[in-house]
Every structure is written in structure tokens, then in C-alpha cells.
Write a new protein. Structure first.
Length: 236
């Protein structure tokens, strides 16, 4: 295993794990408990958007994750009025809750318009509704790029794919093979450059902000382990 990059929003590493295991971990992301807005009482909406559209956009706002008891929810209030002489962008940060990204636009209020609502959030799972997904996991095979003969002169590849190739001392060189998302057909016009794929994979995790990317991986593994334990109990 080799760590490629690691931030709160994204983790990327190479691994020799079996594809079936990687896919099982990927699918288990939808079984991580995540806080999200699920309904809203809209008391006044003078904006151009229907109440249903406002409610839909509220459900897409990432909230900092909390652990709530079963059936418990939290209320988040929003009351914004634009001035008579000016328009007003309603942002996610106008909600009185623990919002991950406060600059997400909800709606534009024209002069003198008002938006007033109370939203409710609970903990749910992405397998039931996408608003509860904390992020995404995806993977691809690690490419093996071979450059020989005429391929050393293909400087255009370094210009087109600077993250993958470099052109130094008059020769094309592989800079970062794991950044390559091409296949053999993409190199048909570049003789001397061949690509194949190993059994290793590049494993990527991206977070929407409710929890960190590394936590998505660990929580997905916990969910998978729990499901396996349930099956094992039944088989016994």
C-alpha cells in the first residue's frame, strides 16, 4: 500500500486488495449514519422558487455530523428578508445550524422579499436516501506505462497530460502513473507508448464534508464488518 494524498476532503492510496472487497467497502458507504435535513415547514416564501425546490435544496446542504438517538431530530431556523432597495442572496450560512459550507447559495430574494422556514434534520443512511451520503468511494486499476523507441520522442503527451508525463533531456518519461486515466486506445496515435494494467488499484475517497474522508473509509469498513457478523450469526 502507498499513500498518494491525504486531506480532510480526499484520501487516495494504492492497494493490492481484491476488487470484490474494494467494491464491498464502496457499497458500505451508504450504511454510514449521517445527519441531514429531511423536511421543512416553510412559513413564508416570496422567492421565485417553489417551496418544494427550496426544501430539496435544503436537503443537499452538508451538516456537520452528529449522533442522535433513534427518532430524535434537530430543528434549524432560517429567516431572511431583503431590503426594499436591494436584492439578497440567501446562503446556507443563514441557517442557524452547524453547516459545513456556509457559502452555498439557496435562492436569490428580490427587493423586499422574505424567506422564513423551520427545517428538521435526522440521522439516516444513504441506502434509504442520497441526502444521507457522506461522500463517495471509487477505484481503478493502477496502469503500467512502457515507453520505448519512438515513444521517447512523443513530447505532445507531456503537454496534454502533464500530471502523468514529463519531457526531460529530449525523452518522454512517466511522471506519475497513478494519475493516468487513459487506456490502450488513447495511445494508438503515439507509437512506442504502451499501457497495461496490474492487479493493484488506486483507491479514492471523497468527502462531502459531514465527516472526513479517512472516517468514511473506517466507518464503511465497520458497516461491512457488522453485516458480515450478522450473516455469520445466522449461519451458526
Amino acid at each position: 500500500m502507498e499513500l498518494i494524498s491525504k486531506t480532510a476532503e480526499e484520501v487516495q492510496f494504492t492497494s493490492d486488495m481484491n476488487i470484490s472487497l474494494a467494491n464491498a467497502i464502496r457499497r458500505s458507504v451508504s450504511e454510514i449514519p449521517i445527519l441531514a435535513i429531511y423536511e421543512a415547514d416553510i412559513y413564508k416564501n416570496d422567492s421565485v422558487l417553489y417551496d418544494e425546490i427550496i426544501a430539496h435544496r435544503l436537503g443537499l446542504i452538508p451538516l456537520k455530523n452528529q449522533k442522535l438517538k433513534s427518532g430524535q431530530n434537530i430543528e434549524l431556523k432560517l429567516q431572511v428578508k431583503s431590503k426594499e432597495e436591494d436584492k439578497r442572496n440567501v446562503l446556507s450560512g443563514d441557517i442557524d445550524g452547524d453547516i459545513v459550507y456556509p457559502d452555498m447559495p439557496l435562492v436569490l430574494l428580490e427587493n423586499g422579499q422574505t424567506l422564513k422556514l423551520v427545517a428538521r434534520a435526522n440521522v439516516g443512511f444513504g441506502k434509504d436516501h442520497s441526502r444521507y451520503n457522506p461522500g463517495v468511494i471509487f477505484y481503478r486499476h493502477v496502469p503500467k506505462i512502457a515507453i520505448k523507441g519512438e515513444g521517447e520522442k512523443q513530447s505532445e503527451l507531456a503537454e496534454l497530460y502533464p500530471l502523468v508525463f514529463s519531457f526531460e533531456s529530449g525523452k518522454l518519461q512517466v511522471k506519475n502513473a497513478h494519475e493516468c486515466t487513459l487506456d490502450s486506445e488513447d495511445f494508438n496515435d503515439y507509437p512506442g507508448v504502451d499501457i497495461s494494467f496490474s492487479d493493484s488499484i488506486v483507491f479514492s475517497i471523497e468527502s462531502w464534508g459531514q465527516i472526513e474522508a479517512k472516517e468514511i473509509f473506517t466507518e464503511a469498513c465497520k458497516a461491512l464488518k457488522s453485516n458480515i457478523s450478522e450473516v455469520t450469526k445466522v449461519l451458526k
